[in-house]
Design a protein around this ligand. Structure first.
Ligand SMILES: Nc1nc2c(c(=O)[nH]1)N[C@H]1C(S)=C(S)[C@@H](COP(=O)(O)OP(=O)(O)OC[C@H]3O[C@@H](n4cnc5c(=O)[nH]c(N)nc54)[C@H](O)[C@@H]3O)O[C@H]1N2
Ligand SMILES: Nc1nc2c(c(=O)[nH]1)N[C@H]1C(S)=C(S)[C@@H](COP(=O)(O)OP(=O)(O)OC[C@H]3O[C@@H](n4cnc5c(=O)[nH]c(N)nc54)[C@H](O)[C@@H]3O)O[C@H]1N2
Ligand code: SF4
Ligand SMILES: [Mo]
Length: 678
């Protein structure tokens, strides 16, 4: 028996947990009592975070496809084939004919190496990951307004806040250890809870105000709250004068967003909007909390900028228990962004378009000619496979066949890929299209670090060896680089990679493995003496003055019409994780939610004669799925909601691949469908 402190593989809360080993298997997980996030608690996914690791379906050997079928291959053969193909493609069609999808499920060290492989070895910035589908709008929107695209405050500050404005975050289901802090604050300290969400969520029960807006109308209600605040003189005049710029333009823009006008666009009764505006503006310790309901729109960046405007207007940034708090989703999506697995930046958000940054990385990596143009993003990479601009794609730890919008389009593009590599712990729906599949070690089988939603970089630790011949992602990436003739990717262990990261990444400058024991540090942490930073923008914003960037309301790309007369929104449930590769192999979780369903309002179900549990057909302009109806008052009339976890009735067959023009995030939260009884 052995036990080791590590970090949960699922959500961005980053709970500390112990994995228990017995007889060569991980047989249990239990919470760390001293850990600052978990404090002795885990959600059901954390308690069960070990079962998938032991699954008999784990990948244990490299696979090479021959005549349409996979056969077992030796590591050497697989790695050589990848190097040969990628080199041949770039020789023929240039560096940008290959692309790399990195992974928010893997460690900081592995994300750093993936972007180093793309940039130093193949000279392309075509490297991206699921943050693009998730918080790309946040990174752009908060960088423009505040100067830093991360959560401004820390998780324990939720325990002191007196007001929460929560929008587009089903917090108890998706970030349970943050959700429980919010409930405690409401029940024990009478904190005021304001919610703006088109669906009724668990937290609605505790809300002082629940604004149930029409999907995709967020800019309108946020502008409406600012209209009320300015009209009633509740803005923080001293803060605005001292710390911000651009207030006059904001005032001008929100003038027309009267509560009556906002009610017309959003359906939120004006009394609720006014009450929410007054409560938020007049409570000192007020936190804005948001997630995918805000970001996954063609107006995702506008939504984020509007929330930042609201927080600055009321002086609610730069103090404890305030701020604008985007809850980051994957265990290491914060880290994958920090370490530069994005098409436009190196680690620490140093821009590829900046010649000084390029020089710095050329010297550190001992290469010449790093590319200066921004690369393609996730959805653009997939489309580029379809039109032949990208011929080779390397995917580490992502499953776009189920998670990208418009599945039929994704399938066509993956089929056209000339050479596809998939590196995963399971044979996913995406891996089925691969030419080479590489078996990766899971989080229980390797060392490294994850960075959670509050920018806390913390350790994960190896407790068992990987199954069969599976290897840690960082080792595989180093072998590929070596086979391509690059000599700058040799490391004995992950601490050596972190030492290199520290040297080239100012925000991680003080994060040696020694200092990350036992519970990590939050960036910015520029030197070995620096204690880390729990909340951002104290005294002044990262960019100097905070910028008001007012935005007008714009309709979603696809609204319902006579034929496709329902709004479809997609998202998640408590029990499952994304494409269900891991939670679908975890008996306790699978038992609770074994099958796909669509939530329908009782009024609509009644009109169509649909009973709870009956099969229905949901059709969009892009395809259709058949699944059970769940008749519930959670959704509004003429709206429906499908969890996107189930390959058996994949929500992404229906979704639209319209994207935000700047952040390039898809509009997963709104499209038009029709619903029929079968
Ligand atoms: N159990 C579980 N937890 C997870 C995940 C998981 O797969 N399973 N995934 C993780 C990841 S990567 C992420 S990004 C997070 C996501 O966490 P969340 O964003 O909380 O999850 P979602 O279900 O995508 O959407 C959240 C809410 O957005 C609302 N919404 C829909 N349309 C709109 C709209 O137009 N405006 C507004 N304001 N709200 C809208 C929905 O009703 C829903 O309540 O969760 C993380 N945690
Ligand atoms: N309709 C709709 N679609 C959505 C969303 C939505 O709200 N609605 N949300 C979007 C969002 S926010 C996100 S973040 C994406 C998520 O999309 P994905 O990232 O594609 O989804 P996951 O299922 O988390 O995929 C992670 C993969 O990594 C593998 N894996 C786990 N551990 C390791 C490891 O250590 N090494 C390697 N190599 N692989 C590993 C898992 O088996 C899995 O196949 O989905 C997006 N898609
Ligand atoms: S709250 Fe998130 S990090 Fe904590 S146990 Fe649950 S899934 Fe894991
Ligand atoms: Mo996400």
């Amino acid at each position: 028996m052995d036990k080791k402190l590590t970090t949960c593989i699922y959500c961005g809360c980053g709970c500390g947990l112990y994995l228990v080993e017995d007889g060569g298997l991980v047989v249990g997980a239990y919470p760390s009592v001293k850990h600052p996030v978990s404090k002795g608690c885990l959600c059901v996914k954390g308690w069960n975070a070990y079962e998938f690791v032991n699954s008999m379906e784990r990948l244990t050997h490299p696979l090479i496809k021959e005549n349409g079928k996979f056969r077992k291959a030796a590591w050497d053969e697989a790695i050589k084939l990848i190097a040969k193909k990628f080199k041949a493609i770039t020789k023929e069609s240039g560096s940008n004919a290959v692309a790399f999808l990195s992974s928010a499920k893997t460690t900081n060290e592995e994300n750093y190496l993936m972007m180093k492989l793309a940039r130093a070895v193949f000279k392309t910035n075509n490297v991206d990951h699921c943050a693009r589908l998730c918080h790309a709008s946040t990174v752009v929107g908060l960088a423009a307004t505040f100067g830093s695209g991360a959560m401004t405050n820390s998780i324990n500050e939720f325990e002191e806040a007196d007001c929460f404005l929560i929008t587009g975050s089903d917090t108890t289901a998706q970030h349970p250890l943050i959700g429980s802090r919010i409930i405690n604050s409401v029940l024990e300290r009478s904190a005021k809870l304001l919610i703006a969400d088109p669906r009724k969520i668990e937290l609605s029960k505790y809300a002082a105000v629940h604004m149930q807006q029409k999907n995709g109308t967020d800019v309108a209600w946020v502008n409406g709250m600012m209209h009320v605040i300015i009209k009633e003189g509740l803005e923080d005049k001293a803060y605005i004068a001292l710390r911000t710029e651009g207030f006059e333009a904001l005032k001008e823009l929100v003038r027309e967003y009267t509560p009556e006008y906002v009610e017309k666009i959003t359906t939120i009764p004006k009394e609720k909007l006014i009450e929410a505006a007054r409560t938020y503006a007049t409570t000192k310790k007020a936190m804005i909390v948001y997630s995918m309901g805000i970001t996954q729109h063609t107006t995702g960046v506008d939504n984020v900028k509007s929330l930042a405007n609201l927080a600055m207007l009321t002086g609610h940034v730069g103090f404890p228990s305030t701020g604008v708090n985007p809850l980051r989703g994957q265990n290491n999506v914060q880290g994958a962004c920090d370490l530069g697995a994005l098409a436009n930046v190196y680690s620490g958000y140093q821009k590829v378009t900046d010649p000084t940054a390029r020089k710095k990385f050329e010297a550190a990596w001992n290469v010449e000619g790093l590319p200066g143009e921004v690369g393609l993003t996730v959805t653009e990479i997939i489309s580029a496979l379809g039109n032949g601009k990208v011929r080779g794609l390397y995917i580490m730890g992502e499953n776009p066949m189920i998670s990208d919008p418009d599945q039929n389009h994704v399938r066509e593009c993956l089929e056209k890929a000339e050479f596809l590599v998939v590196q995963d712990v399971f044979l996913t729906d995406t891996a089925a299209y691969a030419d080479v599949v590489l078996p990766a070690a899971s989080f229980a089988e390797k060392n490294g670090t994850f960075t959670n939603t509050e920018r806390r970089c913390e350790r994960i630790r190896k407790i068992i060896p990987p199954p069969g011949e599976a290897k840690a992602d960082w080792k595989i990436l180093c072998e590929v680089a070596k086979a391509c003739g690059y000599k700058g990717m040799n490391y004995n262990d992950t601490s050596e990679i972190m030492e290199e990261i520290r040297k080239v990444t100012p925000i991680y400058g003080g994060m040696s493995y020694k200092r990350l024991d036992p519970h990590g540090l939050s960036w910015p942490c520029p030197s070995l003496e620096h204690p880390g930073t729990p909340y951002l923008h104290k005294d002044k914003f990262s960019k100097g003055k905070g910028s008001f960037l007012p935005r007008p309301f714009i309709e979603p790309k696809e609204n319902p019409d006579d034929e496709f007369n329902f709004i479809l929104s997609t998202g998640r449930i408590y029990w499952h994780w994304h494409t269900r590769t891991m939670t679908g192999r975890t008996s306790t979780l699978e038992r609770e939610a074994p099958a796909p369903y669509v939530e329908l309002h009782p009024e609509d179900a009644g009109k169509m004669g649909i009973r709870n549990g009956e099969k229905v057909k949901v059709t969009s302009r892009r395809g259709h799925v058949e699944l059970a109806a769940r008749v519930t008052g959670k959704v509004a009339v003429k709206s429906c909601f499908i969890p996107f976890h189930y390959r058996e009735a994949a929500a992404n067959v229906l979704t639209i691949n319209a994207i935000d023009p700047i952040a390039k995030i898809p509009e997963y939260k709104v499209c038009a469908v029709k619903v029929e009884k079968i």
